[in-house]
Ligand binder design. Structure first.
Ligand code: SAH
Length: 338
């Protein structure tokens, strides 16, 4: 494993196993995750400690390209990995601070019809250090602190479970970035088995679930994962999750005109969410060239919201950011579009 994916205890044990003092592990951890630096020759590690890690791996990731929105302050970053793969991420500015959307895989294998990130399939998982690296690169570049992290870029986080959990724990470590679990949101297309595992981790992050359809027939057409874990399996896992964590669950619901904005959807959504503490986040469909559907007009979006509210559901409409630079939900890719 690379040194910047290791927990502090693992680094301490590592140094001890090589005959060095354990506190060298703390020094290295602080340098990597609090100072967010990788030029370890300039750290306060001893010559002996440096010699020990001379041949160990420290993963780097660089900002390769940046696009700035002209309509809001959103920025889209293209990061370059050591193997030359490219991933995208988005930096958003809110009143309360900066929020960063990060990728968890190069590509994605979930094949949701409306999403650009999955059009080339999955190439590989990202390591914990590559997820952290996206945040550190942006913080170092702009000299800012990210106060909210959302796992909503390319990839299905629960399909890269171990590294994602490692990433979240590292990001939370008080000797590192020290980000509260409450300020981390993981979004999944609904891997029910992994939702149960997540419930057992005891990390109180926010869970968001991409729902998008309200019955199995239609959801399976739009999101192939529904053929493996149907709505009943998903709901059972969410009840388990909520029993364990007591956290409210967010449902992301991408509005596609004529497909999931009908009265029958309102009714089915009401039934599906019954017994769960939820919040529904409506996302007007963002255009990608491979999906030939439209979002409802703003009246249609508002009407659907009102209908859900009349059924006592908590609903918000996701603010659209960075649309002029293809930085919106579902528009992230792993290659530069020409
Ligand atoms: N794989 C995870 C993380 C992606 S999060 C998941 O499925 O949740 C990105 C969010 O944007 C998801 O809710 C996704 O369904 C949604 N999305 C994808 N394509 C979109 C599009 N074209 N327009 C609007 N939202 C989209």
């Amino acid at each position: 494993m690379d040194l910047n994916s290791m927990y502090i205890d693992e680094l301490r044990d590592f140094f001890v196993s090589k005959g060095e003092k354990s506190f060298r592990g703390n020094q290295l951890f602080t340098f990597l995750h609090d100072k967010k630096r990788i030029d370890i020759e300039n750290s306060n590690l001893s010559a002996k400690a440096l010699e020990i890690i001379k041949n160990e791996k420290i993963t780097t990731i660089e900002i390769y390209k940046m696009y700035s929105s002209e309509i809001d302050e959103t920025r889209k970053m293209l990061f370059k990995l050591e193997d030359d793969n490219l991933i995208e991420g988005v930096l958003m500015k809110y009143k309360f601070g900066y929020s960063q959307c990060i990728s968890t895989q190069v590509g994605c294998k979930m094949s949701c019809g409306f999403c650009a990130s999955t059009k080339d399939g999955v190439i590989r998982n990202l390591s914990a250090s590559e997820m952290l690296g996206q945040i550190y690169a942006v913080e170092n570049h702009f000299n800012i602190t990210i106060s909210n992290v959302i796992l909503m870029g390319s990839g299905e986080p629960l399909d890269n479970y171990d590294e994602v959990i490692r990433f979240i724990r590292l990001l939370h470590d008080e000797k590192g970035h020290n980000l509260s679990y409450r300020n981390i949101t993981l979004s999944t297309c609904g891997l029910a088995d992994k939702i149960r595992d997540l419930a057992d981790e005891d990390i109180p992050i926010n869970l968001a679930v991409s729902l998008h359809q309200t019955n199995d027939t239609d959801r399976s057409k739009l999101m192939p994962i529904n053929r493996k874990f149907n709505l009943e399996a998903l709901k059972k896992a969410l009840i388990y999750y909520q029993d364990k964590t007591n956290n409210r669950i967010t449902f992301e619901y991408t509005l596609i005109e004529g497909q999931n904005d009908k009265d029958s959807n309102v009714k089915e959504l009401k039934i599906f969410t019954h017994g769960l503490k939820t919040h529904i986040n409506l996302i007007p469909l963002n255009p990608i060239e491979e999906f030939n559907e439209k979002r409802p007009n703003s009246f249609g979006i508002q009407t659907f919201k009102n209908k859900l509210e009349n059924e006592n559901m908590n609903v918000t409409i996701r603010r659209e950011l960075g649309s002029d630079i293809s930085a919106s939900c579902g528009q992230l890719r792993r290659r530069v579009k020409r």
